[in-house]
Design a protein around this ligand. Structure first.
Ligand code: 5GP
Length: 221
């Protein structure tokens, strides 16, 4: 077991047999794939679910709020956090640094809350390796034309940024086979419904509910 996984699996004050750890849901898609909108909907619909707020060195876009979309930090601060082991995973994406807070994820998981990590395909691969019972979901835009249009409509990227994001999309798409689930995001309502269903179905897996099941079964004897 790696030290990062030990850190995540460190026992807390609840007895291990009583504790139900939260589930890590890793969601990836190319930039403009619509995962942000989907996740916002699902967070409103599904109870006991939180969102991992990443750290990034990219500049805030119009309307983005520190601590809501991201924590915006300088490259120096980011590197210091890497050195201090504060990230569960981190990666360079479209030339900027992005990282998942180990502390936030550990806290949510140990308190029994499920958490969504919105990360790129490199981040998804790292989390999959570290947390073997995490669940990964790939959001596929329905076509390259729609992806381009979404990026244009979003209006947040410079023409160079937009081209960079489109250029990276084919390589990101190739990774879809590594994911447990794929949602084709052609209709936001349906896609959000599918994401909610995946979360609820994963929560219902027998292996994840053993302590609760045992309690119910014991009450019959
Ligand atoms: P954006 O700048 O459009 O918000 O995000 C660019 C890419 O970085 C997206 O694919 C997004 O999922 C990814 N990303 C956001 N936060 C993280 C993170 O903490 N780790 C990794 N590996 N990727 C991230």
């Amino acid at each position: 077991m790696s030290s990062k996984q030990e850190e995540l699996e460190r026992p807390d004050t609840v007895a291990p047999e009583e504790r139900t750890r939260g589930i890590l849901f890793v969601v990836s898609s190319p930039s403009g794939g619509g995962k942000g909108t989907l996740i916002q909907r699902v967070l409103k619909q599904v109870l006991n679910l939180s969102y991992s707020v990443s750290y990034t060195t990219r500049a805030p876009r119009n309307g983005e709020v520190k601590g809501r979309e991201y924590f915006f930090v300088t490259p120096e601060k980011f590197h210091a956090m890497v050195e201090a082991g504060e990230f569960l995973e981190w990666a360079t994406v479209h030339g900027k640094l992005y990282g998942t807070s180990r502390h936030q994820v550990s806290r949510e998981v140990f308190e029994g809350r499920d958490i969504i990590l919105e990360v790129d395909v490199q981040g998804a691969a790292s989390v999959r390796e570290l947390v073997t019972d995490s669940v990964s979901i790939f959001i596929l835009p329905p076509s390259v034309e729609i992806l381009r249009q979404r990026l244009i409509d979003r209006g947040t990227d410079s023409p160079e940024e937009l081209e960079l994001r489109l250029r990276h999309a084919p390589a990101e798409l190739k990774d879809y086979r590594a994911f447990d689930y794929v949602i084709i995001n052609d209709q936001v309502e349906r896609a959000a419904g599918q994401l909610s269903c995946i979360i609820e179905a994963e929560r219902t897996r027998r292996a994840r509910q053993e302590p609760q099941i045992k309690r119910v079964i014991e009450s019959f004897s």
